[in-house]
Design a protein around this ligand. Structure first.
Ligand SMILES: O=C(O)c1cc(C(=O)O)oc(=O)c1
Length: 310
């Protein structure tokens, strides 16, 4: 059954709705595991989609996110502002408010934001801003504007989350390496997994992490990066084979600087929508020991987003 887009909005034509009734993962998540990359969409009638958005999704609410968290066995979420909400962070902030401290947020802000607004967001649980360089998702923002935002959020101890395509890394290198904060890369910088894992393009990404100890990576989104599949559907326990060597390499080289997230509700997927339970079953393919799993799912995200709990 298709899912609604409320508030009088019309869903993007080829939109794929998030998966209903995901399976129970076979892989049992360790206690206090964090889904460190997920979103909410609206609902549109409560939190309208932004005029400048590039897509209109089906609704995906805070309650639906919490239900998924509990079903999969995560303890906490890091909610990343989705581009369909522009710089209006209210839907994301509403999740944080209703989470009893079990969610942190990554916001999108413009340079016009006041210091008081940043302080309020910090009190609500926001711990970073996202800079997006994927052209199909956002309009261009000048780098000096982004750098100004980065220098204003740095004193709060916030991070900058960056989303870009691997082919754009050379051009963005100087900007990224000048950022004064912890930098977290979404989805491994979107490698082209049809190219060799040891080839120059992915090697540049590994060099970026190797040379800059403030750079972390989310080893998320095999469902987005995979070309070969097979998709995480119909009980498939060996999904997305072509992504495995890339993600494994990042986890094994930088075990203390990796994070994992579902990316629910999976904006803009075009050829299938994964069963989120099977997506969790992908984790032991890329973090192959208990020790690596503990770092990826528990130690790293809790150190990053809930340091006060130590
Ligand atoms: O590749 C994407 O389409 C995508 C979009 C968004 C967003 O719209 O915020 O976030 C993601 O993590 C990935």
């Amino acid at each position: 059954m298709t899912k609604p887009t409320s508030g009088g909005f019309t869903k993007t034509g080829d939109w794929l709705d998030w998966y209903s009734n995901p399976s129970k993962p076979r892989f049992q998540l360790p206690p206090n595991a964090v889904d460190a990359h997920c979103h909410v969409f609206g609902p549109g009638e409560v939190f309208p989609y932004a005029p400048e958005r590039k897509y209109t999704p089906c609704d995906a609410s805070a309650d639906q996110l919490f239900a998924l968290r509990d079903h999969l066995g995560f303890a906490k979420n890091v909610v990343v502002q989705a581009t369909c909400h522009g710089a209006d962070n209210s839907a994301m902030l509403d999740v944080l408010k209703r989470s009893n401290g079990k969610a942190r947020g990554i916001a999108t802000v413009r340079r016009s934001i006041s210091d008081n607004e940043l302080q309020d967001m910090h009190a609500a649980g926001v711990r970073g801003v996202r800079f997006n360089f994927v052209k199909r998702l956002v309009d261009f923002t000048p780098k000096d504007e982004l750098m100004e935002i980065a220098s204003r959020i740095a004193p709060l101890g916030w991070q900058v989350v960056i989303y870009f395509e691997s082919v754009d890394l050379p051009e963005l290198w100087d900007f990224f390496t000048a950022l004064p904060t912890t930098v977290v890369v979404d989805h491994m910088g979107r490698p082209d997994v049809t190219k060799p894992v040891g080839g120059p393009e992915f090697e540049l990404f590994l060099k970026f992490m190797r040379q800059h100890e403030n750079v972390w990576s989310k080893v998320s989104c095999p469902e987005r990066l995979s070309v070969s599949g097979p998709p995480a559907l119909n009980g498939e326990q060996h999904a997305y084979r072509d992504v495995v060597p890339f993600a494994r390499k990042v986890v094994e080289n930088f075990p203390d600087r990796v994070l994992w997230g579902t990316d629910w509700p999976h904006p803009n997927l075009k050829n299938h929508m994964p069963d989120d339970g099977l997506l969790v079953d992908f984790i032991p393919e890329i973090a192959t020991t208990k020790e690596l799993q503990q770092k990826l799912l528990v130690d790293n995200p809790n150190r990053m987003y809930w340091p006060e709990e130590k």
